[in-house]
Write a protein that binds this ligand. Structure first.
Ligand code: ADP
Ligand code: MG
Length: 365
């Protein structure tokens, strides 16, 4: 199997007159053999992108191109795409093997050939030997592997994955991530993956497109979006925790944290400083290199690490900064600490999209 190049251009879907578009002018390139993730909250239009791509719904405007060919009017079963959903949708009364062989059988492939091919794809998803079992006898993780094998057996030019691992527990999800990475090395499929989990997008995808309210907010490699989110909304969707309101003057951000040098030129005016908790270093109050000193108001363990919220009072009021403590580092709740905010990890975003309700700390935990 070799993946095709997918291009979505101005994809728009309006469900009813007067209702806001479920998807509004969505553009995306998915190069052949790459994995692109669509990341967004529930209701942001992610499944709509997949349904329009697969031809299950008609776009109100815009187009889907595979290897340069416009797929307008092409039936779903003729698009060379296969989809895996959050629920596996297997035929419970059929054997695992016959579930995987189903598409081949419908296409008229002789039973023996179809079953042999099914066994090959079951091997690929590490379910060799399970072919004879009834599908209803599988666990949730195994069912999702069969759904993946069934999709791969169709030898699609594009694999569409709609939150396929979100119903699995953390360990199974991680196993599926490893399986998918392994399949990518062996088969080189083109994958468009929908997820609401930025860590999953980070693990699996080469690039990510962030969607909110049916609109593309930002697209690029994951690392670039973590370091340089275009807006507060993107920062929050990527798990950003620290937001310090202030003003930019002459390339410095001024806030209760003090006057901080910025790594890139930014126009003067109100702006929110965002800095990843992974990048903030917690030191002592006496540290001469500390950018700020504050009080550790909350400490939450995360395995061998911990997440600490530090409250800093300075010019213009009080703010909080979250930091991740490495193994072996400990901070007592209520203690005074120093914070280093490495210059290259500081980033400012406009305040204007803060019109969205600020996300409560708890909701971002
Ligand atoms: P996501 O997959 O990101 O959760 P969807 O693409 O399923 O979001 O939905 C995007 C928006 O479109 C939502 O507001 C949803 O309520 C709306 N929507 C989806 N399908 C329909 C439909 N068949 N009729 C009306 N509205 C729909
Ligand atoms: Mg969805």
């Amino acid at each position: 199997m070799s993946g095709g190049a997918l291009r979505l251009a101005g994809l728009t879907r309006v469900h009813g007159t007067g209702s806001a578009p479920a998807l509004d002018g969505f553009d995306l390139e998915v190069p052949a053999g790459s994995c692109v993730a669509i990341l967004g909250p529930s209701g942001s239009g992610k499944s709509t992108v997949l349904r329009l791509t697969a031809g299950l719904d008609e776009p109100t405007a815009g187009s889907v191109h595979l290897d340069g060919v416009d797929l307008a009017g092409v039936l779903p079963e003729r698009r060379g795409m296969a989809m895996v959903f959050q629920r596996p949708l297997l035929f419970p009364h059929l054997s695992v093997r016959d579930n995987v062989a189903f598409a081949d059988r419908v296409r008229g492939v002789p039973r023996r050939t179809a079953r042999r091919r099914a066994e090959e794809f079951l091997e690929l998803v590490q379910l060799g030997g399970y072919g004879g079992r009834p599908a209803r006898a599988l666990s949730g993780g195994q069912e999702q592997r069969v759904a993946l094998a069934r999709a791969l057996a169709a030898e699609p030019r594009v694999l569409l994955l709609d939150e396929p691992f979100s119903a699995l527990d953390a360990r199974l999800r991680e196993e599926m991530h490893e399986l998918l990475a392994d399949l990518r090395m062996r088969l080189d499929p083109t994958i468009l993956l929908v997820t609401h989990d930025h860590a999953e997008a980070d693990t699996l995808a080469d690039r990510v497109a962030v969607l909110d309210g049916g609109r593309l907010l930002q697209a690029g490699p994951m690392r670039a979006l973590y370091a340089r989110p275009a807006s507060l909304t993107v920062s929050r969707l990527l798990g950003g925790r620290t937001e310090v309101a202030g003003v930019v003057r002459d390339g410095r951000h001024e806030s209760p944290l003090g006057s901080l040098d910025l790594p890139a030129p930014v126009p003067d005016g109100p702006a929110v400083l965002v800095v990843r908790h992974e990048a903030v270093q917690v030191t002592t109050a006496a540290d001469p290199a500390a950018d700020a000193v504050g009080s550790a108001v909350r400490v939450r363990p995360r395995g061998l690490r911990a997440l600490v919220t530090v409250e800093v009072t300075g010019d213009g009021g009080t703010t909080t900064v979250d930091a991740e403590l490495g193994p072996g580092h400990d901070v007592a709740a209520g203690g005074t600490v120093g914070l280093r905010l490495p210059a290259g990890d500081r980033w400012v975003v406009p305040v204007d999209d803060a019109a969205d309700d600020p996300v409560a700390d708890g909701a971002r935990a």
